[in-house]
Write a protein that binds this ligand. Structure first.
Ligand SMILES: Nc1ncnc2c1ncn2[C@@H]1O[C@H](COP(=O)(O)OP(=O)(O)OP(=O)(O)O)[C@@H](O)[C@H]1O
Ligand SMILES: [Mg+2]
Length: 173
């Protein structure tokens, strides 16, 4: 196939779990138990949690689970899919702006750094004419904004196709 035809080929159809299995690398970081390539087979219940996010019939997903079962990791994979595979505008809400900042710098940046498919889409903070910060990442075809449920200002003027909320039990006005 010619280079020009290859360039126009749509990306392969992948579910979120298939995309994660092919692309996500868990970093060598304190919060990670097993670093290296992501495997949905390790905890197969995560497959449905992830793949609902790319089912066009589904518009809202709620997880009711115990702690430490991989909820945040599943959300990270969903967000990664909508950054690198199906670029979209994404709003990611945590209980407070402070938590969002800590999460972005201590955990998310390590995941992005370890996963080439994401690192190649997202420039480091302060590069690319300063478009990216810890809480705002631009990438071809979309952007990711992390916000705090306690900060109305951080939620304003954010039209987004994908909204994810983590630790909703702690959301307060
Ligand atoms: N499929 C997986 N393969 C390897 N490690 C995993 C997988 N899923 C989750 N983990 C690991 O399990 C731990 C807990 O994951 P995570 O923080 O996503 O859980 P959580 O349900 O959000 O926890 P909490 O209830 O505390 O918010 C982390 O170390 C994460 O890297
Ligand atoms: Mg969590």
């Amino acid at each position: 196939m010619s280079t020009a035809r290859r360039a126009w080929r749509p990306p392969p159809r992948l579910t979120v779990s298939e995309w994660a299995d092919k692309n996500v690398r868990l970093p060598n970081a304190g919060y990670v138990v097993v670093s290296g390539p992501w495997s949905t087979d390790r905890f197969p219940y995560q497959r449905g949690m992830m793949d609902a996010a790319c089912d066009p019939r589904v518009w809202r997903i709620v997880f009711m689970t115990s702690s430490q079962v991989g909820k945040t990791s599943v959300v990270e994979n969903i967000v990664g899919y909508f950054i690198a595979h199906n670029p979209s505008s994404i709003l990611w809400v945590l209980p407070t702006l402070e938590l969002a900042e800590g999460y972005a710098t201590e955990r998310l940046s390590q995941l992005f750094g370890a996963t080439p498919a994401l690192a190649s889409c997202i420039a480091e903070p302060r590069s690319r004419a300063g478009s990216n910060t810890a809480l705002r990442k631009q990438f071809p075809g979309g952007y990711l904004v992390l916000a705090g449920a306690n900060s109305a200002a951080s939620l304003q003027m954010r039209p987004c196709r994908i909204v994810v909320c983590d630790e909703v039990d702690s959301f307060r006005r």
